[in-house]
Design a protein around this ligand. Structure first.
Ligand code: SAH
Length: 249
């Protein structure tokens, strides 16, 4: 079981697989007022940077599940590197439908809401692992500017304009689902660059090391087109943020 190989090629050098910098991740942890012993569940935990750094900086106890073998291995190594191996646990597996035995103070799905089948269903899934008074974290894109055409949406590698909302509508949608938005930290264009631009150097180096790989043609084509595509579309039109939600009583 694994994710498509193109992601493990382009994002092999990433610690954070999202348009967040380490500073923004730390800002989010501080914003949530995490305390020593806070239990955090993370579905689609990637290379584990959120759980590992929050374990180091705030003393949280974390459980992460991710379908990528490589990212899960990297997460375990990172935990050792930061000396938090006894606080965080990473499982390689499919998080679809995952409900934890031990309920969490914070239940997160950051940039992987297809795991629950969309934002609303993922919130519902996370809620089943949440302690009363706990916080749900959703990392999700939104439109900074509404694409004028479907072609522009596709330029952002988004299937359709209707796949995402504008920020006010996204926040309103959480309300309609019965949740208070209690915090948020947003990406910006510079933090998007930190997610996208490292893929280019990673691809270039990978091509030099793997000229005869069956994926080399795809990676070559991607490296050729990605920088211009990214600055033309994604960087201009797509926003991203992590939203902290608490059920209304
Ligand atoms: N939250 C992490 C990773 C976001 S990228 C971070 O911010 O760094 C999306 C992640 O979802 C990838 O690590 C991918 O391997 C994982 N993923 C995709 N489908 C999954 C599934 N069905 N179950 C668990 N993880 C999944």
């Amino acid at each position: 079981m694994d994710i498509p190989q193109i992601f493990t090629i382009t994002e092999s050098a990433h610690r954070i697989h999202n348009p967040f910098t380490p500073e923004k991740l730390a800002t989010l942890g501080a914003a949530l007022r995490l305390e020593r012993g806070t239990r955090v569940l993370d579905l689609g935990s990637g290379s584990g940077e959120m759980l590992c750094t929050w374990a180091r900086d705030y003393g949280v106890i974390g459980l992460g599940i991710d379908m990528s073998q490589l990212f899960t291995e990297q997460a375990k190594l990172r935990a050792e590197e930061l000396g938090v191996g006894d606080q965080v646990k990473f499982i390689h597996g499919d998080a679809t439908g995952y409900v934890s035995d031990e309920k969490a103070d914070v239940a997160a799905c950051v940039g992987a809401t297809w795991i629950g089948g969309g934002v609303a269903n993922t919130i519902e899934l996370l809620a089943r692992s949440l302690l009363t008074g706990g916080i749900i974290l959703i990392g999700e894109p939104y439109w900074r500017h509404l694409p004028p055409t479907e072609d522009v949406a596709r330029g952002c590698l988004v299937g359709s304009i209707s796949d995402f909302l504008m920020l006010p509508e996204l926040l309103a949608s959480f309300g309609h689902l019965g949740y208070d938005v209690v915090e948020m930290v947003l990406a910006d264009q510079d933090s998007w660059d930190r997610y996208e631009a490292p893929k280019w150097l990673t691809m270039r180096r990978w091509l030099e090391d793997n000229p005869d790989d069956e994926f080399a043609k795809d990676v070559r084509a991607k490296l050729t087109s990605e920088p211009v595509r990214y600055v033309t579309y994604t960087r201009e039109y797509l926003g991203w943020g992590v939203f902290a939600l608490m059920p209304r009583r």
